[in-house]
Structures are given as structure tokens and as C-alpha cells.
Design a protein around this ligand. Structure first.
Ligand SMILES: Cc1cc2nc3c(=O)[nH]c(=O)nc-3n(C[C@H](O)[C@H](O)[C@H](O)COP(=O)(O)O)c2cc1C
Length: 267
């Protein structure tokens, strides 16, 4: 609730609240979120069916994160007002089909009639133009926004985002059915080794727990906790304020669009 108040103070523009299904009972969070009357609520990580009608009845736009065409169509049938298609390049929790954003965005845009937001690997204005060209109405960024002045993660994590390249991420959690892309660190290697050895869920789960993520992301202990990142980490070379990043991206998008326009205009 405090975060929503901050958002309201800082902007008169619409904003949304994101809720993850599956970690804990969602109802109390959904009730609070709906009372705050955001323009949109996005749902991730599970079956949105029980929640979508309530969100829509409250006059709030319902967005659903999906990682495949069938999921997107299901979300549309259930009443989602838009879908966010998250491709394999993305940071954090991923789908299980490993479909890259290029194909996923296009295929989802062809397969549903609600607006599509492209997500996974988008990190600058060129990516925005690409997303729009593929039929999306916009793009979502996770990893790129981590490397901004305002993002409250540990400086060590931000430094790693500058140093690591697109080749330096890996996917943990596959054997447990919860694949997620992280920076390839000493700690992620420990997890992967244990996964390859066929460790039991009992032994793996503590390594994948949110407390381990907090150790890395907030305490900067990258050898003791994992940190989410997409392959778009390779596109990061500075830590600007969010406003500067967004203005730059819009300039990049415009330049990219104009360059493409020149390519197709008659001589
Ligand atoms: C640090 C981090 C935290 C994330 N947390 C959430 C979350 O709470 N809910 C959610 O729906 N997606 C979350 N995501 C995934 C993003 O919504 C998005 O799908 C992903 O970041 C897109 O790929 P990108 O990282 O290449 O931009 C997170 C991603 C990162 C990197």
C-alpha cells in the first residue's frame, strides 16, 4: 500500500499493480490492490481464472503474463484485457517452453485480439520499435530498470549488471518446474551443480527460496544468493535515472523508426 501511495504522489499518469499467483494466498493482496483503484492489475505465475472476473467487475484492467500461445488464448477467453508475452531471454521467472521473444511476440499477436505487450530481452528504443513491428502495443522491461539510480537493489548487483554480458546468465529451478533466469554467478553454479546431481526438492528449495534472492539482491552477497537478470544485461552500460533512460529510449525509438522509414520510402 505504501508503494502505491508513493506512485500516486509521483505521477498523475495511470499505473498498475503486479500480483504473483501461487506464492501465498492471493485474496488479501488482491482485495487491497483493488481498493487502491489502480488502472490495471497484472497477474503472473498461475491460473488467473479465479481472479479475473473480480478485477474486471471493479472496473480495473486485467493483464496476464503468458509465455506461450495457448496460455495467451486462455487468458483472452477468461477475459484478460491484455496479455504480456514473456520470452526466453527475459529475467526472472520464465515459461517452460523456451520460446524466444521474437517468435513469441509475433505468434501471440497473431493469435489473440487483445493488446499484446512484448517482454523479455527488450532494453532500449530499438527493442521498442522491434516490439511494435512484431505487432505488440508496447513492451515491458525488467532487467533494464534494475540498472537505474532509483532501483533499490544493492550496488554490487548494479555493478554486476554493468560488468556481465548477454552470455552471462543461466536458468535455475528447471527440475523444480520453476525456471528463472539469473546472473551466472558462483552461487547459481552451486544451484546448477546440485540440480544436475539430482538433489531432492527438500535440499533444492532452500537454495531457490526468496530469502536467497534477498541475500543477493538487497544485501549484495552474490556468492550466497541468486539475482534475477535477462540476457538484455548485455545491453546495459550505465545506471541513469529512470527519467533519463525513458527519454533516451524514446529518442532511440524515433531515430530507429525514421531510419527504417527511409529504407522503405520511394526514392
Ligand atoms: C529482478 C526482477 C524481478 C521480477 N519480478 C517480477 C514480479 O514480481 N512479477 C512479475 O510478473 N514479473 C517479474 N519479473 C519479470 C518481468 O516482469 C519481465 O517478465 C522480465 O523482466 C522481462 O525480461 P527482461 O528482464 O529481459 O526485461 C521480474 C524480473 C526481474 C529481472
Amino acid at each position: 500500500m505504501a508503494e502505491v501511495e508513493v506512485a500516486r504522489r509521483r505521477t498523475s499518469q495511470p499505473f498498475g499493480i503486479n500480483l504473483a499467483i501461487g506464492h501465498r494466498p492471493l485474496d488479501p493482496f488482491l482485495e487491497v490492490a483493488m481498493r487502491m483503484k489502480p488502472r490495471a492489475i497484472s497477474l503472473t505465475g498461475g491460473n488467473p481464472a479465479p481472479y479475473l472476473p473480480r478485477i474486471k467487475e471493479a472496473g480495473i484492467l486485467a493483464m496476464v503474463l503468458v509465455a506461450g500461445v495457448r496460455q495467451a488464448q486462455k487468458a483472452e477467453q477468461l477475459g484478460a484485457d491484455s496479455v504480456i508475452a514473456v520470452g526466453y531471454e527475459g529475467g526472472g521467472h520464465l515459461g517452460r517452453d523456451d520460446i524466444g521473444s521474437l517468435v513469441l511476440t509475433r505468434k501471440v499477436a497473431q493469435s489473440v485480439s487483445v493488446p499484446v505487450v512484448a517482454s523479455g530481452g527488450f532494453g532500449d528504443g530499438h527493442g521498442l520499435v522491434a516490439a511494435l513491428a512484431l505487432g505488440a502495443e508496447g513492451m515491458e522491461m525488467g532487467t533494464r530498470f534494475l540498472a537505474t539510480e532509483e532501483c533499490p537493489i544493492h550496488p554490487q548487483y548494479k555493478k554486476a549488471l554493468l560488468d556481465f554480458q548477454e552470455t552471462d546468465t543461466t536458468i535455475i529451478g528447471r527440475p523444480m518446474g520453476v525456471p528463472g533466469r539469473v546472473l551466472a554467478t558462483g552461487f547459481s553454479s552451486v544451484i546448477l551443480d546440485r540440480e544436475q546431481q539430482g538433489d531432492t526438492a527438500e535440499r533444492l528449495l532452500p537454495l531457490l527460496a526468496g530469502t536467497r534472492n534477498r541475500l543477493g539482491a538487497l544485501d549484495g552477497k552474490l556468492d550466497e544468493g541468486y539475482v534475477w537478470s535477462g540476457q538484455g544485461v548485455g545491453l546495459i552500460s550505465d545506471i541513469p535515472p529512470v527519467r533519463e533512460l525513458v527519454v533516451r529510449m524514446m529518442d532511440e525509438a524515433k531515430a530507429s523508426y525514421e531510419a527504417l522509414g527511409a529504407l522503405f520510402s520511394p526514392r
